[in-house]
Design a protein around this ligand. Structure first.
Ligand SMILES: Cc1cc2nc3c(=O)[nH]c(=O)nc-3n(C[C@H](O)[C@H](O)[C@H](O)COP(=O)(O)OP(=O)(O)OC[C@H]3O[C@@H](n4cnc5c(N)ncnc54)[C@H](O)[C@@H]3O)c2cc1C
Length: 385
């Protein structure tokens, strides 16, 4: 497809954020939306490396509200967009092994209940009965919400791309953005390796590369790339079909069912920001030791595949959503810090409202503005994995 000369909105980045924003702009009536992705295919970076977890169990009101908006949109996704997304409400089970976590989760669960997310407490014995495959002698308690679960990131991206295209949006791959043209704080256009596109509105949906797009517009965006890696085992016989998404909270370690196997990940909290996406073999050993200690049968299975990807991390682990004050019509949808996939449906809609209606109205996103960092209004979240 030829590069258009002009557009009403140019979206930089064809991961789940860009695709959802394009779809929601087009659905709200915007007819000249152009999305640019530098890779040959859409959704192959953070989105394609994602573990697919979707949950309501968060520790801040804004994250719970984003889940309350987004997860029902995933429930309706196939009906609305005609694309299967392998939705599985297997539940999330947070294992708590430290007194301080139990205390913090008491406050989280109270907040979740206030917002209508009826998370349940399970005793250590109940969890041992439910998860006979896990070694749980150090467990104090767990929280459980059966409507949390999993969905397929690739299906969600493809559904939004096809849905937006049907409504007239243009998606171009193999097009790298190399500059944002600005004039006295106004967006004028986007420069690419294949030519320029005049536009009054730019959406920065470049995920782990969002800060680079900010630099092109002279706007500091405090988002850094941080490597996270996962592995999938070989098939495990008799793995229960209702095996939940289990998070060993104190160890930043998680497990979920991936077909007949287990997908496991563990966040290295000492990982320094970088664009390195090679699997770190040293961390993998630490991860596998922890995984086998929690789930001993993993000692007897192989690894079928492994990969590393990048979280797009903001200083308070919350998204940056909305317009930048420095430039009239430069918008960000980034900084999701490890749980962006699940919030992409709602955040794409909310950003489309910001752009077309002047303000997001389905959820108040004023706390997610870019300027909270320099104004000391950071948000505190305990449930980052
Ligand atoms: C290992 C791992 C596990 C995760 N697990 C979960 C999970 O269980 N649940 C969950 O909700 N989230 C999870 N996440 C986080 C989630 O994947 C991200 O928050 C989300 O995918 C971010 O989407 P995005 O569209 O912003 O970024 P991306 O998918 O990275 O898309 C950004 C796009 O911008 C493009 N781009 C960058 N620069 C340019 C440029 N100059 N010109 C043109 N294009 C450009 C890139 O090529 C890329 O395709 C996980 C992430 C990782 C790495």
């Amino acid at each position: 497809m030829e590069l258009p000369k002009s557009a009403d909105v140019v979206i930089v980045g064809g991961g789940v954020m860009g695709a959802s924003t394009a779809y929601h702009l087009a659905r709200k009536g915007s007819r000249n939306v152009v999305l640019l992705e530098r890779n040959p295919l859409f959704g192959q970076e953070a989105t394609g490396k994602c573990a697919g977890g979707i949950r309501y169990q968060f520790a801040t009101e804004i994250n719970i509200r984003l889940s309350l908006l987004s997860l029902p949109m995933l429930d309706r996704f196939e009906e609305e967009l005609g694309q299967a997304i392998d939705l599985r409400t297997c539940g999330y089970l947070f294992l708590l092994t430290r007194e301080e976590d139990v205390k913090a989760f008491q406050a989280n669960v109270a907040l979740q209940h206030r917002l209508g997310v009826m998370t349940e407490w399970l005793t250590a014995d109940e969890v041992r009965r439910r998860l006979p495959l896990m070694r749980l002698d150090d467990l104090l308690a767990a929280t459980w919400y059966p409507r949390d679960g999993l969905a397929d990131p690739n299906g969600v991206v493809q559904g939004y791309v096809a849905g937006a295209r049907r409504l007239g949006a243009k998606f171009l791959s193999d097009v790298e953005v190399i500059g944002i043209q600005m004039d006295k704080g106004q967006v004028r256009g986007v420069r690419t390796k294949l030519g320029d596109i005049a536009t009054p509105v730019v959406v920065n949906a470049a995920g782990p590369w969002a800060a680079q797009i900010g630099v092109m517009a002279g706007i500091e965006i405090p988002v850094v790339p941080v490597r996270r890696q996962v592995a999938v085992t070989t098939p495990i016989r008799d793995l229960p079909s209702d095996f939940p998404f289990v998070i060993d909270f104190a160890r930043n370690l998680y497990f979920h069912r991936e077909g007949p196997a287990i997908l496991t990940g563990m966040s290295n909290l000492n990982e320094l920001p970088s664009f390195d996406q090679r699997v770190d073999p040293e961390w993998e050993l630490i991860h596998f030791d922890a995984a086998m200690a929690r789930m001993p049968l993993l000692e007897n299975v192989g690894i079928s595949t492994r990969w590393a990807g990048l979280y797009e991390v903001s200083p308070d682990a919350h998204p940056i959503l909305g317009k930048a004050e420095e430039a009239e019509r430069f918008y960000c949808i980034t900084g999701f810090s490890g749980h962006g996939f699940m919030h992409a449906p709602g955040c794409g809609l909310l950003l489309a409202e910001e752009i077309l209606d002047g303000k997001a109205h389905t959820v108040d996103i004023s706390s997610l503005d870019l300027h909270r960092f320099r104004e000391g209004r950071q948000i505190v979240e305990y449930n980052v994995v």
